[in-house]
Design a protein around this ligand. Sequence first.
Ligand code: DQA
Length: 201
Amino acid sequence: MPWLARAFLCALLKNLFKVSKRCAVAWAVRWRAECSDNPQLLSVVEAEMKTVFVLNGPNLNLLGLREPTIYGAHTLADVEQLCAQAAARNQLALRFHQSNHEGALIDWLHEAGQLQREGQLAGVVLNAAAYTHTSVALMDAIKGAALPVIELHISNVHAREAFRHHSYIAPVAKAVICGLGVQGYSIAIDAVAQVLLAPAA
Ligand code: DQA
């Protein structure tokens, strides 16, 4: 077959493949729940989706037990489920983590930065918990990678002790959500998809 015909056929096949892959992904995203029992399909779908990181700082592993009058009765597992639902309805892959260690949070922010450089990051929802009020290192990690971060708190930190009114994260965050209980996580993921990822943002 002459080279021109071969090149034409190759281009045609590549484009056909791209279109059908896009259709398959759109279909699979819509029916993501069904493809969750097909790990291979799920990994193809997730590779095509941007990722939202939800990072939780110290003591948030104790949600449900810890000061329920302030933080409510929901556990961290409930929060993860809420986030999974929000990510799925916004066609985002979810990375959900909690650590009591500042360095672990920084390492995840660096991973988010790597995805950001690869064009695969949707955004980061960060509840740095007490580190919000103390951590220059978290602020530097966000600033250094120019990460699109939404700072999140379950409680209304401004209606609490004065030391909770200052945040090292807020000056480098795109937005701050606080006082909406665990529902704030869901709203933050919607905002990542609908505001941070929107063309005008
Ligand atoms: C918190 C508020 C912080 O002041 C506190 O240290 C936390 C939780 C919140 O989600 O309301 O641990 O970030």
